[in-house]
Design a protein. Structure first.
Length: 396
């Protein structure tokens, strides 16, 4: 038996490629969601409505026919079930060949309708997922969102407004490729509260995007109070030493104003930062700075460590700016969650330096002494900052 995994484009009619059309018409069996199968009901083929990869593979393993086609919406290489399904089908003894036939995806289709080039567009799937919206829009001029579940166009626009991005341009594509297709373009502020159907995607343009990953953000750019903050020089070096990946899960223990959380968040737009802070005022400041810098991938947890760390997602990177004397206990929780998590501890006292270096085992220690210029009459003077130790390692 030969099997084709077919991308049928937007609606299985106007956007169906000639190759896909041939695969469907020559197949003995068509498999897919009801919406995928409906355009081909007139062909009189045997059809089975299934969506789960395991169920589709099981059916094919029990089926005796010459050719089967599994129908997928859009393109099979863009947030498609084909990724999981392909190896399952190829492992079936009865399948002699399994090929993939590409289709027209929603970002390609909507970009063409809007007259946009899409090669620099950041794709994000929110289809049944809680992904990061604002931080991706902040970092990219064009961002495409595949929507579904509770993440409707209105919800996306509401979130953008909450994180200071109400003036970005949002283009909503509803039921693309169908006779009742609708495309609406306006600002996020004007579109929040609007009602759209289920089959939607959006392209967001932010002409004032950052175009770079901020590092050592000046202290004065953060919302401040008397809450302690890791200074920009220390922060820039410490966060760079963590080597945060795009999809990292980061913990910021003792987040204070949230300055470290913000810089980590910009580096993991596909991941998340969990900021843990025991002082209510500081926790509120962290949340306020997350909103100011459009970092919706920051989650603030109010509570004291180590108790507040229980049940948090497994960390890849951890910054500890304040432990309130509980460094050993915090280390036990981190080691239990992920013994390979890379950890940075900052210390200003020799006692904390000694404890951190013992707990982190084979660690790397950097001592940073910075000085800033200040005007004194007609002269420019240097004012020294407190020296800080940066300890990098893993809890053993």
């Amino acid at each position: 038996m030969t099997v084709s995994i077919v991308g049928i484009g937007m609606d299985g009619r106007a956007t169906l490629t000639a190759e896909a059309k041939n695969a469907v018409e020559t197949a003995d069996l068509l498999i897919g969601a009801e919406r995928m199968l409906e355009p081909f009901s007139r062909l009189g083929k045997r059809t089975v409505s299934l969506t789960r990869a395991e169920e589709i593979a099981a059916l094919l393993g029990e089926t005796d026919c010459g050719a089967a086609a599994v129908l997928m919406s859009g393109d099979v290489g863009f947030y498609s079930g084909a990724k999981k399904l392909l190896p399952l089908i190829r492992s079936l003894p009865s399948v002699t060949d399994c090929g993939i036939i590409c289709g027209i995806s929603s970002p390609v289709y909507l970009s063409a309708k809007l007259g946009l080039a899409w090669e620099r567009m950041k794709p994000v799937s929110l289809h049944g997922l809680d992904g990061n919206v604002a931080v991706n829009v902040r970092l990219n001029e064009f961002t495409f969102f595949l929507l579904g579940g509770r993440m409707t166009p209105s919800a996306v626009c509401e979130l953008l407004c909450e994180y200071g991005l109400g003036e970005v341009t949002v283009s909503v594509g509803e039921r693309l490729g169908y006779p009742d297709e609708k495309i609406v373009t306006d600002t996020a502020a004007n579109l929040r509260g609007s009602s759209f159907g289920y089959l939607c995607c959006v392209i967001i343009r932010n002409e004032n995007c950052l175009r770079h990953i901020p590092s050592a953000i000046p202290d004065g750019e953060f919302i401040r109070s008397e809450v302690p903050m890791t200074k920009s020089e220390i922060r820039g070096l410490a966060v760079s030493m963590l080597n945060v990946c795009a999809d990292s899960v980061c913990w910021d223990v003792g987040s204070g104003t949230g300055s470290v959380s913000v810089e980590m968040a910009f580096r993991c737009p596909e991941g998340k930062v969990i900021a843990v802070e025991q002082k209510p005022e500081a926790a509120e400041l962290t949340a306020a700075n997350a909103r100011k810098f459009s970092c919706d991938n920051i989650r603030v947890v109010s509570g004291a460590a180590p108790e507040a760390l229980a049940g948090l997602p497994r960390p890849d990177r951890v910054f500890i700016g304040g432990s309130s004397g509980n460094l050993a206990e915090i280390g036990e929780v981190i080691r239990g969650a992920n013994p390979d998590a890379l950890v940075i501890v900052t210390a200003v006292s020799l006692e904390t330096l000694r404890e951190a270096s013992e707990l982190l085992g084979d660690c790397e220690i950097t001592q940073l002494s910075a000085a800033r210029t200040r005007k004194l009459g007609s002269h420019t003077m240097l004012t020294a900052q407190n020296p800080v130790f940066i300890i990098k390692g893993r809890f053993r």
